[in-house]
Design a protein around this ligand. Structure first.
Ligand code: SF4
Length: 354
C-alpha cells in the first residue's frame, strides 16, 4: 500500500493523427489531429469512485483508457502508485512496479459485455483464462472454487450451472456480471467501467450499479465510471461519496464531490448537462430552451480560442474568447470558468454578441 494515488494523470494529452500515411504528413497538407484529450490532470485515490460525464465524443472514454494504460498519451504522464505506467510497459526509466502488476491492477468492464466475451467459451473457461495467466500457482480445484465463489457473490446462482453456460445463454445483465467477475478476479486496484450499464434496461441498471458499489466496498477497489448519463453518474457517486468530473471537448471543466457538482454547478456546461437530464432532481424545473447559445459542438480538430465553451456559453464575454481558463487543483470542487474568480477581468469584459 502506498501513499501515492492509485492512478495519477498529469497534463495528459491524447491527440489522434488523422492522416492516412507518410505522404500526407510529408506534404504537410494533411488534416489536423483530433484532440481527444487535452491537458487533463486527475488523481484517483484508494477506494475512490469517480464518474466522468460528458457528451459523446468529449474524450471521456479515451481518458479512461489512458488512466488504465490501454491508451498511450501523446503527452503528459500516467502514474500507477507513483510509477510511470509507460516507463514500466516500455522497460525504460526507473521501474519500481512491474508492468504485469500494473496490467493486472487496472481492469476494464466494457459497455457491451457480449462483444468482450468469447461466444465459443463457457463462463468457466472465460474466467479461468486470466486466472491461469496471473495466478498460475493456483490448482485447478482452487481456480474452480474461486470462480464459483465469485459467481455466487454476484448473484449468479446456482454458480455451477452458470459456469457451464455460453454467452448466448446469458441475459445482458448476466453477461455484464461475468465481465465484472472477470475484472474482480484479478484483485484490481481500479476498474474502468466504460458505459457499463448503458446497454441495460433501466431496472437492471440500478441493480447493476448497486452490485458494483457493493463489490467496490467488499474488494477495496476504486471505480472510474464513464457515462454520458448524469443521472447514472449521480446515483453511483452519491451513494459511494465519490466525485463527478465533467468533460467538454477533451478537457476536464469541472470536478468535485457529486452532490456539490449537481446542486451547485460552477461551470455553465454542467448546467447544460443538468438541463438535459430531466429526472435528475424532483425540484428541478426544466426550462424550455437549453441554456446554450449554440447547440452545435465545435470541430474537435480546430477548437475555439480561449475557453472552448465560449461559442455555446450563454454567459460568455470577450475575455472568454481570448483567454483559456484552467481548472484549479485544490482537490475540492473546481471549475475551469472565469466566473469562479471574483477578481477576474471577465467581470469587466464586454458580453459576446455573436
Ligand atoms: S470561461 Fe467564459 S465561456 Fe467559459 S464557461 Fe466560463 S463564462 Fe462561459
Amino acid at each position: 500500500m502506498s501513499a501515492e494515488p492509485v492512478v495519477s494523470l498529469s497534463d495528459v494529452e491524447v491527440h489522434f493523427d488523422q492522416n492516412d500515411g507518410l505522404v500526407d504528413r510529408l506534404r504537410g497538407d494533411g488534416k489536423a489531429p483530433v484532440r481527444a484529450v487535452d491537458g487533463v490532470s486527475l488523481d484517483i485515490e484508494e477506494n475512490d469512485v469517480v464518474a466522468l460525464v460528458g457528451e459523446s465524443g468529449c474524450g471521456k472514454t479515451t481518458l479512461g483508457k489512458a488512466a488504465i494504460g490501454l491508451q498511450r498519451p501523446t503527452d503528459g504522464q500516467v502514474r500507477y502508485r507513483g510509477q510511470d505506467v509507460w516507463d514500466a510497459f516500455d522497460g525504460t526509466g526507473d521501474t519500481t512496479v512491474d508492468a504485469e502488476d500494473i496490467r493486472r491492477s487496472l481492469q476494464i468492464v466494457h459497455q457491451d459485455p457480449g462483444s468482450s466475451l468469447n461466444p465459443n467459451q463457457t463462463v468457466m473457461a472465460t474466467l479461468a483464462a486470466p486466472l491461469k495467466r496471473w495466478y498460475d500457482d493456483l490448482s485447478r480445484e482452487d481456480r474452480r472454487a474461486r470462480i464459483l465463489g465469485m459467481l455466487e457473490t454476484v448473484g449468479m446462482e446456482p454458480p455451477a450451472d452458470y459456469a457451464e453456460r455460453y454467452p448466448h445463454q446469458l441475459s445482458g445483465g448476466e453477461k455484464q456480471r461475468v465481465a465484472l467477475v472477470r475484472a474482480l478476479l484479478m484483485n484490481p486496484d481500479l476498474i474502468l467501467a466504460d458505459e457499463a450499464v448503458s446497454a441495460l434496461d433501466v431496472s437492471l441498471r440500478v441493480e447493476m450499479m448497486d452490485l458494483m458499489l457493493e463489490l467496490q466496498n467488499q474488494f477495496d477497489t476504486s471505480f472510474l465510471f464513464i457515462s454520458h448519463n448524469l443521472s447514472n453518474a449521480r446515483y453511483l457517486t452519491k451513494r459511494a461519496g465519490g466525485r463527478i468530473g465533467i468533460m467538454y471537448m477533451g478537457e476536464l471543466v469541472e470536478v468535485g464531490p457529486a452532490e456539490e457538482v449537481l446542486q451547485d454547478p460552477k461551470h455553465p456546461y454542467t448546467r447544460v448537462l443538468k438541463w438535459a437530464t430531466a429526472n435528475l432532481h424532483p425540484d428541478y424545473v426544466q426550462v424550455e430552451e437549453p441554456p446554450v447559445r449554440d447547440i452545435d459542438i465545435p470541430d474537435q480538430t480546430d477548437p475555439p480560442s480561449g475557453c472552448r465553451f465560449h461559442t455555446r456559453c450563454p454567459v460568455a464575454r470577450e475575455a472568454c474568447r481570448e483567454e483559456h481558463p484552467s481548472l484549479g487543483d485544490d482537490g475540492g470542487h473546481a471549475a475551469a470558468c472565469f466566473r469562479d474568480d471574483d477578481s477576474h477581468r471577465y467581470w469587466s469584459s464586454p458580453e459576446l454578441d455573436d
